[in-house]
Design a protein around this ligand. Structure first.
Ligand SMILES: NC(=O)c1ccc[n+]([C@@H]2O[C@H](COP(=O)([O-])OP(=O)(O)OC[C@H]3O[C@@H](n4cnc5c(N)ncnc54)[C@H](OP(=O)(O)O)[C@@H]3O)[C@@H](O)[C@H]2O)c1
Length: 259
């Protein structure tokens, strides 16, 4: 159990609430040291024993670590002085410099979670431009690990890029799943079977990747020269990897421009 007091501005929203519950369930912070704010100051999360506030400055004053979990377009309205505090922003497309200028905080961490926080399976990259002590870096890493895995990245540009990669959570697999389903239906497979087949591939069979190297798996399937090899080779020949690269760049450009 940590002794730091944690405040989450926007702590009752989709992401903030999932993080708050994970911090409490994992024992990372005790309820009395956790403050959550929204514009009404009320939410069922109050039942956990965490403090609910409508006053963001009061939350900042009573916290050692302030987490920003409002939507990017709601950030300007916050108007808080967080000088002397460590700030962790979960917002996409709002730069550390903007956050430093708006809040007065010297230490600003940007972290990019994804929708899998809901099942505590998010990969959450984070970046901090300031020098962090080992203790502070470890604290941030462990805090983010309450909703999955996490890794510090060396540049803020990396966060913008990863916003369009890991930040997209289940989006790419969902697109693959719907494409596989639709194409199977077009090929004459009954829709319920097509759905089961696509689910079996994207959700079930992909579990093998938990402890198999993906490149080794592709190499051995291609070497087998069977049905799977022909399908994979077609994707490779049609520039699948370049297309993935362009898709992630398109998303990253939005994160770089800011929201
Ligand atoms: N959703 C995702 O998959 C995802 C993935 C990665 C990153 N993110 C980032 O996570 C952040 C939050 O997204 P979300 O999906 O959790 O949004 P959300 O559900 O709309 O949550 C926003 C929260 O902010 C509160 N809020 C708004 N204005 C406020 C103010 N002036 N003072 C205090 N609280 C205020 C809202 O509560 P009231 O309306 O009750 O005031 C709500 O609790 C975003 O910046 C987004 O970029 C989201």
């Amino acid at each position: 159990m940590n002794t730091e007091r944690i405040g989450i501005i926007g702590g009752t929203g989709w992401l903030g609430a999932a993080l708050a519950r994970a911090l409490l369930d994992s024992g990372f912070v005790e309820a009395d040291r956790l403050r959550l704010s929204n514009r009404s100051g009320s939410h069922p999360l109050a039942e956990t024993g965490a403090h609910l506030l409508a006053d963001n400055q009061a939350l900042v004053n009573a916290s050692d670590v302030v987490i920003l979990s409002v939507r990017p377009e709601q950030f300007k309205a916050l108007n808080v002085d967080a000088s002397g505090k460590r700030v962790i922003s979960l917002m996409a497309g709002v730069t550390s410099q903007t956050i430093r200028e708006a809040t007065g905080a010297e230490t600003v961490v940007r972290a990019m979670a994804n929708a899998a926080v809901e099942i505590r399976q998010s990969f959450t990259p984070w970046h901090c431009a300031q020098l962090l002590s080992d203790v502070d870096a470890d604290f941030i890493q462990r805090l983010l690990e309450c909703v999955g895995t996490a890794s510090r990245v060396p540049t803020e540009e990396g966060i913008d890029y990863l916003s369009a990669l890991s930040g997209t959570g289940p989006a790419f697999p969902a697109l693959v799943m719907t494409a596989l389903t639709r194409q199977a239906v077009i090929a004459g497979i009954p829709e319920d079977v097509a759905r089961q087949a696509a689910h079996g591939v994207v959700v079930s069979a992909s579990q093998l990747l938990v402890n198999h190297d993906p490149q080794a798996m592709i190499d051995s399937l291609v070497a087998y020269k069977g049905v799977t090899a022909a399908a994979l080779q077609s994707l490779i020949d049609e520039g699948f990897e370049d297309q993935i690269g362009r898709a992630v760049e398109a998303g990253a450009n939005v994160a770089r421009k800011g929201m």
